[in-house]
Write a protein that binds this ligand. Structure first.
Ligand SMILES: Nc1ncnc2c1ncn2[C@@H]1O[C@H](COP(=O)(O)OP(=O)(O)O)[C@@H](O)[C@H]1O
Ligand SMILES: [Mg+2]
Length: 275
């Protein structure tokens, strides 16, 4: 388990995996997302923060095409999701891991079957292989004993960890995490963020480096994991940039919102020994 370090990581940055162009989403007469644009490149971790109810989860759901924009576009590997057939979209989603804010586990399946589900969909693993991967994934989140349990028998924190194991079991090249540590104790929260970082780093050895997006309020833990930040307020991007840009904004033009999120967790602008 790695504690957050004071030194931001430097990401190897590859091609753009996700490009959101001026995405607008309305819901019940309200504008939930207002001309949101962002990019996520292979190799990097994007952190999305903002007050509750300001559109973070709605934004995340657009990235794999679970919600359709009212305006603007979402491109995955340069392809506009709106132009993909249902088959193409399903194929594209196989490479995406999603940890939902509310876990979205299948209540009628055991934990083991929940984890096996995305592997079975890939149709290229033997049952023995699936069992091995499921046990390893559960072990990694400290839930080996939950194998035969049903989601209703688990606490919220345990469900979150099962959700994380399910989101990453296929080693997706694009991983989307919605509030991975919400409601978890500090030790488990650190463990979850360490797992997210490990998953991201281990994929970076492969031909296609992974891209990850983390929505969270856990600024301290995010700091050790993310490369770039997006701050959403009322569905608008009010800040976008890396650690240095954020430190600069906080030092020179801190909006009350930026200050409220980051002031208690000042960002390092130089290595400790260089200060
Ligand atoms: N299916 C939907 N499509 C678009 N907007 C929605 C949908 N469901 C809820 N909303 C709206 O999105 C707003 C932002 O919610 P959400 O993205 O969950 O906030 P956050 O994740 O930042 O806490 C909510 O206030 C709600 O009105
Ligand atoms: Mg949310």
């Amino acid at each position: 388990m790695s504690a957050p370090t004071s030194q931001p990581r430097v990401a190897p940055v590859g091609p753009v995996r996700i490009r959101v162009e001026s995405l607008t989403k309305r819901h019940e007469g309200r504008t939930v997302l207002d001309a949101v644009s962002l990019e996520v490149r292979a190799g990097e971790v994007l952190g999305i923060v903002g007050p509750g109810g300001h559109g973070k989860s709605v934004l995340l759901k657009h990235l794999p095409g679970l919600l359709i924009p009212d305006g603007g576009r979402v491109l995955l590997d340069d392809k506009d999701l709106a132009t993909l057939s249902a088959f193409e979209l399903a194929r594209a989603r196989e490479g995406i891991g999603y940890l939902f804010q509310n876990y979205a586990l299948f209540d009628f399946m055991t934990v083991a079957d929940n984890l096996a589900f995305p592997l079975r969909q890939e149709r290229r693993h033997t049952p023995a292989d699936i069992e091995k991967k499921v046990r390893a994934a559960l072990d990694a989140v400290g839930l080996a004993r939950a194998y035969t349990q049903f989601p209703r028998e688990l606490s919220g924190g345990m469900k979150k960890r099962v959700g994380l194991a399910r989101a990453t079991i296929t080693r997706p090249s694009l991983a989307l995490y919605d509030d991975p540590s919400a409601g978890l104790d500090p030790v488990t929260s650190s463990r979850i963020f360490a797992l997210i970082a490990d998953m991201h780093a281990s994929m970076a050895d492969q031909a296609q480096a992974a891209a990850s997006v983390v929505v969270s309020h856990d600024i301290d833990r995010m700091r050790a994991v993310v490369d770039r930040w997006i701050v959403l307020e009322h569905g608008r991007v009010v800040f976008s940039g890396d650690h240095a840009a954020l430190a600069h904004a906080l030092a020179h033009a801190p909006t009350p919102l930026l200050a409220s999120f980051f002031a208690d967790a000042p960002l390092p602008v130089a290595p400790r020994d260089a200060r």
